[in-house]
Write a protein that binds this ligand. Structure first.
Ligand code: NAP
Length: 277
């Protein structure tokens, strides 16, 4: 498995498992846990969840998937901005720990910038770290100016990641945010790397896929995975999708493929505001 190094020096898989919309229907809980376990078996041992997803149901489903194999998994969860006061962050994390049935969350993120001062949220993260309830903290949906604000706060330099929308069709962050994070060795987690399953349907993408004998979605994922310092977290409830996503890691895009994809999905030439789903 390709890995990405966190600022603390720890290596994590470059390909993980998303869980948004999992845990919404009790009837799907067993098959969703099976899909996550299949991903873990294939080496996609980073699981991304959040207190927001299915109002905690995604974390409960995650508990089903990792029961008995906690040590194999790098767990990521998130606090909602309106819970992110110092005490609120601690309480939200404790509720997530309970739903996940674990003692520690490996990486705990502020889901998007909110109205509590960053100092308060960071104080909560620091308390949680000292108590052994989280190992690292990071942010999500932070644009470059917000990252600058964060790193100006005492302790802000400890940020382990920024989780952002990034895929072939959403390349705005390449203009400034990705270079800014690269320069500081802060890895980025690319969410919705498959554009929520809607990336297929482009001629250039279809031609590259045909050349490699894979699907368009796999090419789109391979394109995200090709970039250093990026962790992709596609969500797949279907087992065939999980296996296809793992196989995307083995696709080697050629310079010709890259040129065709760049022409169809151009890189940004000026600053674009961060896109958010
Ligand atoms: P995504 O991963 O881009 O796409 C998920 C969709 O693609 C699902 O409908 C899935 O179908 C389908 N799919 C998966 N593998 C496929 C394949 N090989 N071929 C064709 N279709 C495939 O979208 P996402 O769920 O929005 O993003 C991924 C994860 O990022 C989320 O689950 C969540 O953990 C995280 N996220 C974070 C934020 C944030 O604000 N921080 C926002 C959005 C997402 P099946 O499920 O039916 O297999």
């Amino acid at each position: 498995m390709k890995t990405v190094i966190l600022p603390g020096g720890e290596a994590v898989p470059a390909l993980g498992l998303g869980t948004w919309h999992m845990g919404e229907r009790g009837a799907d809980r067993r098959s969703e846990a099976e899909a996550l376990r299949c991903g873990i078996d294939l080496g996609m041992t980073l699981i991304d969840t959040a207190e927001m997803y299915a109002s905690g149901g995604s974390e409960e489903g995650g508990a089903d998937a990792i029961r008995g194999r906690r040590d194999e998994v790098f767990l990521v969860s998130k606090v909602l901005p309106f819970n992110a006061s110092r005490n609120g962050t601690i309480e939200a994390c404790e509720a997530s720990l309970s739903r996940l049935e674990v003692e520690t969350i490996d990486l705990y993120l502020l889901h998007w910038p909110g109205s509590y001062p960053l100092e308060d949220t960071l104080a909560g993260f620091d308390d949680l770290k000292r108590a052994g309830k989280i190992r690292y903290w990071g942010v999500s949906n932070f644009d470059t100016s917000e990252m600058q604000e964060l790193t100006a706060v005492a302790g802000g330099g400890e940020c382990a990641t920024n989780q952002i929308l990034y895929n072939l069709d959403r390349r705005g962050v390449e203009f400034d945010l990705l270079p800014w994070c690269d320069a500081r060795s802060i890895p980025v987690m690319a969410y919705s790397p498959l554009e929520q399953g809607r990336i297929a349907g482009n001629r250039a993408l279809a031609e590259v896929a045909a050349r490699h004998g894979v699907t368009e979605t796999q090419v789109a994922l391979a394109w995200v995975l090709d970039r250093d310092g990026v962790i992709a977290i596609p969500k797949a409830s279907r087992l065939d999708h999980v296996r296809q996503n793992r196989a995307a890691l083995d696709i080697r895009l050629t310079p010709e493929d890259r040129r065709a994809l760049d022409a169809a999905f151009p890189a940004p030439t000026s600053k674009r505001p961060l896109e958010i789903l």
